[in-house]
Design a protein around this ligand. Structure first.
Ligand code: NAP
Length: 277
């Protein structure tokens, strides 16, 4: 499994597993649990969740999936901006730890920018880190100006990632945010790397997919994984999709294929505000 390197030197898998909308409906639970466990078996051991997802039910599902194999997994979860205060962060963390059935979160993210001063949030995160409840912290949905504001705060340089919307159809971050992060050895975490509704029917993806005998979305995922220092976290509740995503990791797009994708999905030529889902 390809890896990316955090600024601390620790490596994490470049292909992980997202869990938004998982754990929400009881009837789907067995299949979702099986999909998550299959992902772990296939090496998709970085698992992303959030206190928001299904009001904690996604975290509970992840907790069940990793039971007995916690040490294999890099657990990422997120707290709401309305829990980003001095008292709110440790309280949210304690609830997440309980739902996840673990004593530590590997990477704990502020889900999107809020109104609590970043100094306060960072100080709370650093206390959690000192106490061993979280191993690393980061943010999500921060644009470049938000990252600059964060970097100016005491301890802000210890932010380990920004989890942002990034796929072939949403390349805005390549203009300034990705270069800003790369200059600081900070990997980006690409959420919604497949976005089937927008990408599945694109002819440029279909052409490459047909020639290779894979699916268009596998090509889309391979493209995200071809970007340096980017972690992709596709969500899949069906076993077939989990297998396809794992196989997409092994697709090495050629220079010609990458050029064809650039022509169909041009990189940005000017600053665009960060898109969010
Ligand atoms: P996504 O991963 O791009 O797409 C998920 C959809 O693609 C699901 O409908 C899934 O179907 C389908 N799928 C998965 N693998 C496939 C394959 N190989 N072929 C065809 N379809 C496939 O979108 P996402 O769930 O929005 O994003 C991924 C993760 O990023 C989330 O789950 C969440 O963890 C995170 N996220 C974070 C934020 C944030 O604000 N930080 C926002 C959005 C998402 P099945 O489930 O039926 O298999």
């Amino acid at each position: 499994m390809r890896t990316v390197t955090l600024a601390t030197g620790e490596t994490v898998p470049a292909l992980g597993f997202g869990t938004w909308r998982m754990g929400e409906r009881g009837g789907d639970r067995a299949a979702e649990l099986a999909a998550l466990r299959l992902g772990l078996d296939l090496g998709l051991t970085l698992v992303d969740t959030a206190e928001m997802y299904g009001d904690g039910r996604s975290e509970e599902l992840v907790g069940e999936a990793i039971r007995g194999r916690r040490d294999e997994v890099f657990v990422v979860t997120k707290f709401y901006p309305h829990n980003a205060s001095r008292a709110g962060v440790p309280a949210a963390c304690a609830r997440s730890l309980k739902r996840l059935g673990t004593d530590r979160i590997d990477l704990y993210l502020l889900h999107w920018p809020g109104s609590t001063p970043l100094e306060e949030t960072v100080a709370a995160l650093e206390r959690l880190q000192d106490a061993g409840h979280i191993r690393h912290w980061g943010v999500s949905n921060f644009d470049t100006d938000d990252m600059e504001e964060l970097e100016a705060v005491a301890g802000g340089e210890r932010c380990r990632t920004d989890q942002v919307l990034y796929n072939l159809g949403r390349r805005g971050i390549e203009f300034d945010l990705l270069p800003w992060m790369r200059a600081r050895a900070m990997p980006a975490m690409a959420y919604t790397p497949l976005e089937p509704d927008r990408l599945a029917g694109k002819p440029a993806l279909a052409r490459i997919a047909t020639a290779r005998g894979v699916t268009p979305l596998q090509v889309a995922l391979a493209w995200v994984l071809a970007q340096p220092q980017v972690i992709a976290i596709p969500k899949a509740s069906r076993a077939e999709h989990v297998r396809q995503n794992r196989a997409a990791h092994d697709i090495e797009l050629t220079a010609d294929e990458l050029a064809a994708l650039d022509a169909a999905f041009p990189p940005p030529t000017r600053k665009r505000s960060l898109e969010m889902l």
